[in-house]
Design a protein around this ligand. Structure first.
Ligand code: 3HC
Length: 295
């Protein structure tokens, strides 16, 4: 019996989320709402404080809208704990999902630490949208228990989770993770080979770049292109609204990471995106992107 099969038999109870940013904190809440005990670890105490406050506010809103009862929200919040101590948090985890900065050397350091501290049966996943998990698996002694588990923004809402195996990911790990994703109420999509952008971001990138080309050629305004995507194609947001939600910086970072893998100039960030990034117009997070937001 492999260590990952051991995890299956024990059931995944304790989850560790590394990184308390927008993605990490909401991923943690998804697991807590599904009944898991979840630790959120971040190197910055301030990041943990912000995450806790934002999740409490989200739960208050959910209760006010009648989406959940006050007691269920309180119970879910009480299943969350917050720490800066990675070693201690990892030592009790059955499943770890890393949602830290998209920098390979940082992620490799985290995975080396996780491998050292987490129990042998623990599965180590990364939420990275740009780095295939083989790059972090190689610093561990359990590459067969490593994969990408990629959530979408906002993670509390979006149903899809891409599960991406690398060449050494075991079938037992894939089966456990696919089942886990279903159990937390999400829709897993299995991606059998590491490919830059996986599936959803590749689809999003095509639409985004065509929207930018249409705007750049003066064919239609941002508002009208967004309206077409929403009312003709049924998308919940238009491509410009989505760029602002995801962040212009994140869009550029994804394109740059894709280019680093493919060296295809077509994958480089669109010049209009680059300009916005350089001007500091990052979308919702900076108050201004393609649209202006009240802060
Ligand atoms: N965080 C958490 N919950 C949020 C939220 C946020 N930032 N924004 C909205 N919500 C919740 C609301 O509370 C509401 O919940 P309820 O149904 O329980 O009341 C629900 O989402 C709907 O919100 P609204 O009524 O305010 O607004 P909309 O109906 O316009 O929905 C949206 C907002 C869910 C963001 C919707 O517009 C949407 O689905 N947009 C597309 C998002 C998308 O494509 N995401 C993928 C991005 S790509 C990515 O993440 C990949 C990565 O690698 C970059």
């Amino acid at each position: 019996m492999s260590a990952a099969e051991g995890a299956n038999q024990r059931e995944i109870e304790r989850v560790l989320v590394v990184g308390a940013g927008a993605m990490g904190s909401q991923i943690a809440m998804v697991f807590a709402l599904a009944g898991h005990h979840v630790t959120i670890q971040d190197i910055a105490e301030s990041g943990l404080t912000t995450a806790r406050k934002q999740l409490e506010e989200r739960m208050d809103t959910a209760v006010a809208k009648g989406r959940t009862s006050a007691s269920a929200a309180q119970e879910a919040l009480s299943r969350l704990s917050f720490t800066t101590d990675l070693g201690n948090a990892a030592s009790a985890a059955d499943f770890v999902i890393e949602a830290a900065t998209e920098r390979l050397e940082i992620k490799q350091q985290i995975f080396a630490d996780l491998d050292r501290f987490a129990p042998p049966h623990a599965i180590l996943a990364t939420n990275s949208s740009t780095l295939g998990s083989s790059k972090v698996a190689k610093v561990t002694h359990r590459p067969e228990q490593v994969c990408n588990v990629h959530f979408f923004n906002p993670a509390l809402v979006m149903k899809c989770v891409e599960v991406v195996r690398h060449p050494q990911t075991s079938q037992a790990t894939v089966d456990i993770v696919m089942e886990l994703v279903r159990k937390i109420g999400k829709q897993p999509v299995l991606i059998n080979k590491e490919i830059p952008g996986f599936v959803a971001n590749r689809l999003m990138g095509v639409l985004r770049d065509e929207a930018l080309n249409l705007l750049g050629a003066g064919i239609a305004s941002t508002e009208d292109i967004d309206t077409a995507a929403k009312t003709a194609l049924g998308h919940p947001m238009g491509p410009f609204e989505l760029m602002d939600l995801v962040g212009i910086d994140i869009n550029c970072m994804i394109a740059e990471a894709t280019y680093a893998e493919t060296t295809d100039p077509a994958d480089l960030p669109h010049p209009m995106l680059r300009e916005m990034h350089q001007a500091g117009n990052l979308g919702r997070k900076s108050g201004k992107g393609w649209y202006t937001y009240e802060r």
